[in-house]
Design a protein around this ligand. Structure first.
Ligand code: PLP
Length: 391
């Protein structure tokens, strides 16, 4: 049996996969078993912000492995404390807890919001239609897409969904029992919808007035993806809770939930925990990732390459009949089509050795490593133009 056959026989088949077996990566390129080279414009769905095997990330992993692989959260470690300090400084919030994935980061955010809300008898959540917040029971409960919830009900109760960018409907959905609102500023899974400035600012204003917590899910949008270290910084707002994961661990699994002091203060000893969360190796690597990405010049470069990517797309594929809209921020870019053919387009791109993602039913998703070069953007745009012209 070859690797694909072994996988299909023994591994739970919950992903519809493209037929490539990857064995090596270098920067923005991946190599399969046959030695074929692929240009990766999905970056492990937004994980490999610094590309594959960035030398400084590899160095941090090796140094960390030589020092201390794991110790429980019953003791202190330097990299965990320093990473918490760094995330507090970058976010403008006050306290951090480390977990192992995005779903877990949201799970903790929801738990903390319930604890905070319970002081006033509040337990409900408001989320956005098409939102994606993860696969665990809590995170799934605030996820908009019905397909992901099929067969898992009852999920947690008290969740309502409102359309993105509709402040009136949003305000109408709030009740005396609303504990928190959760949203992504760009819906990574749900169609790459970009939230309006007025909507995000309006949500912050209304929630602040009513002491309802605002949770911003920065799992896909965070760690430099949109040209700021966290995407909410584009709006000049301060959330009560921020969740991050994906790019934070440089390719190793980690997440973090960041709290304002008023929420952190309800989380006392025993309120939450994690065996692996924030282990010494991973926090050492994350410190290195943040050091590189939080540099102002690096972030400016992401913003400029993102502008170039969208502009080049507009000029070259924006005119095709099949294309409805090109949107995004920084290097989080969506191309919405008028027909449900995104899987076929991604397949054609794959055949031309370019990896791209899908978002919702109509939108192609591009999340290249943040270290991508202009000429690699040109190759992807030109190939996409060729592929879309065939439809
Ligand atoms: C916005 C957002 N939230 C949460 C998650 C869940 O993260 P994880 O798969 O690490 O649990 C994802 C994953 O794609 C995401 O994009």
């Amino acid at each position: 049996m070859n690797i694909i056959e072994i996988d299909q026989k023994y591994h739970l088949q919950v992903y519809k996969r493209f037929p490539a077996v990857f064995v090596r990566g270098e920067g923005v390129y991946l190599y399969d078993e046959e030695g074929d080279k692929y240009l990766d414009f999905l970056a492990g769905i937004g994980v490999n912000a610094l590309g594959q095997r960035h030398p400084e990330v590899v160095k941090a992993i090796k140094e960390g492995a030589d020092e201390l692989l794991h110790i429980s959260n019953l003791y202190y470690t330097p990299s965990q404390a320093l990473l918490a300090k760094k995330l507090v400084e970058l976010s403008g919030l006050d306290k951090v807890f480390f977990v192992n994935s995005g779903s877990e980061a949201n799970e903790l955010a929801l738990k903390a919001a319930r604890r905070y809300g319970m002081q006033k008898g509040r337990f409900e959540f408001v989320a956005l239609e098409h939102a994606f917040h993860g696969r665990t029971m809590g995170a799934l409960s605030v996820t908009g897409k019905q397909k992901y919830k099929r067969g898992y009900k009852p999920l947690i109760n008290g969740v309502s969904f409102v359309p993105p960018n509709d402040l009136k409907t949003f305000e109408f959905a709030l009740t005396d029992e609303t504990a928190a609102v959760i949203l992504e500023t760009i819906q990574g899974e749900g169609g790459m919808t970009v939230l309006d400035d007025d909507f995000v600012k309006g949500v912050r204003e209304i929630t602040q007035e009513r002491d309802i917590l605002l949770i911003i899910d920065e799992i896909q949008t965070g760690i430099g993806r949109t040209g700021r270290i966290f995407s909410y910084l584009h709006f000049g707002i301060k959330p009560d809770i921020v969740t991050t994961a994906k790019a934070l661990g440089g390719g190793l699994p980690m997440g973090a939930t960041i709290f304002s002091q008023k929420v952190a203060s309800v989380m006392d000893f025993g309120a939450h925990g994690s065996t692996f969360g924030g282990n010494p190796l991973i926090t050492k690597v994350a410190l290195k990732v943040l050091d590189i990405i939080s540099n102002e010049k690096f972030l400016k470069n992401v913003e400029e390459k993102g502008n170039y990517f969208r502009e080049t797309l507009r000029q070259n594929v924006g005119r095709l009949d099949i294309v409805k809209e090109i949107r995004g921020k920084g290097l989080m870019v969506g191309v919405e089509l008028k027909e449900k053919i995104i899987r076929d387009v991604a397949q054609k791109m794959f055949e031309k050795k370019i990896l791209i993602g899908l978002s919702g039913d109509y939108t192609l998703r591009f999340l290249p490593p943040l270290i991508v070069k202009y000429e690699q953007i040109d190759i992807v745009v030109e190939t996409l133009r060729e592929v879309l012209s065939e439809f």
